[in-house]
Design a protein around this ligand. Structure first.
Ligand SMILES: [Zn+2]
Length: 276
């Protein structure tokens, strides 16, 4: 399976043989716009492009992420993070009311792809492995995310890495069962060994390091309280503004297809929120 996380998700075949939402739209001859951040953009730039567009597309996706950045940097519930939340809310309201001038029956599905929890401390995985006599980058490959360390190498060497990681006491190595549960493809590109931190810790240094320790983080075991996502569906045709508690990410695709009246493909998991 070819997966390109840095590529644009809306490009044809971005999930290999598995059709993405955008592949399905293309197949059905439906048009779409994707309003997203460039490298130096803020939500304001995305907002401006979205409200200014004159093209009437069947589906419009807007991705706002300043709230994520602000929560990492300032912490959950802080004045600065709440200001950004208010601004995000305002952007959404203005985009929706603008687009509803053209189509009063426009269905709006608003969701976040993760929650966040406060960060209590950091751990230095690279240092810990070196202290155990191992040589990352020389004897084996290592990639350090904020909450996950991934390893590649020869079986015998990885066995030593595994042993050292197990002794650290602040994370767990994902079992085959967990990899399956988290839907991590069996491909070397994802890491032969994946070490996931306990909730509330971050790896520092990591390849995503910021100057100061982040105040909040996501990317832990999804069962961690606080990492739940939110979804709100507003569609005058079928329902009037419903906050959907208990919604999961897998429910988003079937919901979007349901709203568009498209039959869901066989591989599609989850339940349409219109059914709840
Ligand atoms: Zn984030």
């Amino acid at each position: 399976m070819r997966l390109s996380l840095r590529g644009n998700l809306y490009e044809p075949g971005s999930f290999g043989n598995t059709k993405s939402f955008f592949d399905i739209l293309r197949e059905r001859g439906l048009s779409f716009d994707y309003f997203d951040h460039g490298v130096f953009d803020s939500d304001l730039d995305v907002f401006k492009r979205a409200v200014r567009t004159e093209h009437e597309k069947d589906v419009n996706i807007v991705r706002l992420l300043d709230l994520d950045t602000a929560s990492h940097r300032f912490g959950l519930g802080t004045k600065s993070a709440l200001q950004v939340l208010k601004r995000t809310d305002n952007f959404v309201e203005r985009i929706v009311s603008r687009w509803r001038e053209r189509d009063p029956e426009l269905a709006v599905l608003c969701f976040a792809d993760h929650g966040m929890i406060p960060v209590k401390g950091s751990v230095d995985v690279a240092r810990a492995l070196m202290d155990a006599g191992l040589r990352p980058f020389e004897d084996f490959g290592m990639f350090l995310d904020s909450t996950m360390a991934r390893f590649w190498g020869k079986e015998a060497i990885l066995a030593n890495v595994r042993k050292a990681l197990e002794g650290l006491g602040y994370g767990k190595i994902l079992s085959d069962k967990e990899r399956e549960q988290f839907m991590i493809p069996y491909s070397d590109s994802w890491g032969q060994l994946i070490f996931l931190l306990q909730p509330g810790l971050v790896i520092r240094p990591s390849f995503f390091d910021t100057e100061t320790q982040p105040k909040a983080m996501h990317g832990y075991d999804p069962a961690t309280p606080g990492l739940e996502t939110i979804a709100v569906l507003h569609w005058s045709k079928r329902l009037d503004g419903r906050s959907l508690s208990g919604a999961e990410m897998v429910d988003i695709l079937p919901t979007m297809l349901d709203v568009l009246g498209i039959e869901r493909p066989s591989y599609c998991q989850g339940t349409s929120l219109l059914m709840i």
